[in-house]
Design a protein around this ligand. Structure first.
Ligand SMILES: [Zn+2]
Length: 314
């Protein structure tokens, strides 16, 4: 091939790659198991808990007769090595950066796990991949990864007494919003006798969205999918009134704030926050002092300490 033709081919390939990137949806499944998108094939996708159906591998209050929450998806293994151990590649669900690697399985029921940070449609979202056999050796905190890039090998690591049997090998996959930069400080005070080996990357500081619903919504909507819209249309469980105007969730998730002209005119004295059924704050409405006062009166409550003005309502 002459130089001109080679040059033309390279330009063409580059343009093709760019147009593919532009039309790509933000999230993809973290392994080659795509049975989630085949209606009726859930059993090929989810791994249930011991002796329980596949439904216990979904996200939500799916365990212990609905009393125990599972904050991710348990995705079935497709490939085994000669010893029957899981061998599936685990890939980044979206473009992002590595924020945490835990490679001491004895320190968590997640076993070996990875957390990636993604910026999608103006929102910070964190994916988590757990029970890994091996984290890719050259992966470092701060490193950028591309959607679909291999980050680990599936495994069955955990620190629980019962462990994970070979036949239940899976990757536990989460999509989370990040709660608070001062989690470790709070945890030390709240649980002085308990260890926190993972700092801010403790699972309790991550609030899960249902990855199944995110992926199915994206699959259905194609390039029209919007993570912000997905979060905004969550079903409301309750609202909380807070007499504060400067808190981490507000700063990190400012795009979830809805306009309120009255509060903008009179001055914002607090927020009314809507929580979904998993406790994820998904809508924040600024409230003027007059609105907060009226609301407290309606609920038959007297305003006290600013810090104690937080009220739950059904
Ligand atoms: Zn799980």
């Amino acid at each position: 091939m002459n130089r001109l033709a080679r040059c033309f081919l390279l330009v063409l390939l580059d343009a093709l790659a760019q147009s593919e990137a532009a039309t790509q949806q933000p999230f993809r499944l973290p392994t080659a198991n795509h049975a989630l998108f085949e209606p009726g094939s859930e059993e090929k996708f989810f791994v249930g808990t011991v002796g329980k159906p596949w439904t216990t591998g979904r996200f939500g209050c799916v365990r212990s007769d609905g009393r125990r929450m599972h904050e991710g998806l348990d995705i079935k293994c497709l490939q085994r090595d000669s010893r029957g151990e899981p061998a599936d590649r685990v890939v980044a669900t979206a473009d992002g950066a590595v924020v945490y690697l835990s490679t001491k399985p004895s320190l968590s029921n997640y076993g070996n796990y990875i957390v990636l940070r993604h910026h999608i449609g103006g929102l910070e979202i964190y994916s988590l991949y757990a029970h890994l056999k091996r984290v890719r050796e050259d992966l470092k905190i701060g490193q950028d990864v591309k959607a679909g890039e291999t980050i680990a090998t599936m495994g069955r690591t955990t620190n629980t007494r019962e462990g994970i049997s070979k036949d239940r090998a899976h990757v536990h996959f989460e999509l989370n919003l990040f709660v608070n930069d001062r989690f470790s400080m709070w945890y030390r005070k709240a649980f002085p006798r308990q260890r926190n080996d993972h700092g801010e990357w403790n699972g309790q500081n991550l609030l899960g969205l249902d990855p199944r619903l995110v992926l199915l919504d994206e699959h259905q909507q194609g390039t029209n999918f919007s993570l912000l819209d997905f979060i905004c249309k969550q079903t409301e469980l309750c609202r909380v009134l807070v007499g504060a105007t400067n808190f981490p969730w507000l700063k990190r998730y400012a795009s979830l704030v809805q306009p309120n002209p009255l509060a903008e005119r009179q001055g914002v004295a607090g927020y009314e926050i809507s929580l979904n059924y998993n406790g994820v704050p998904f809508r924040l409405v600024p409230r003027a002092a007059s609105e907060l006062k009226r609301e407290l009166k309606r609920l038959g409550l007297r305003g006290g300490n600013r810090g104690e003005k937080n009220v739950l309502r059904g």
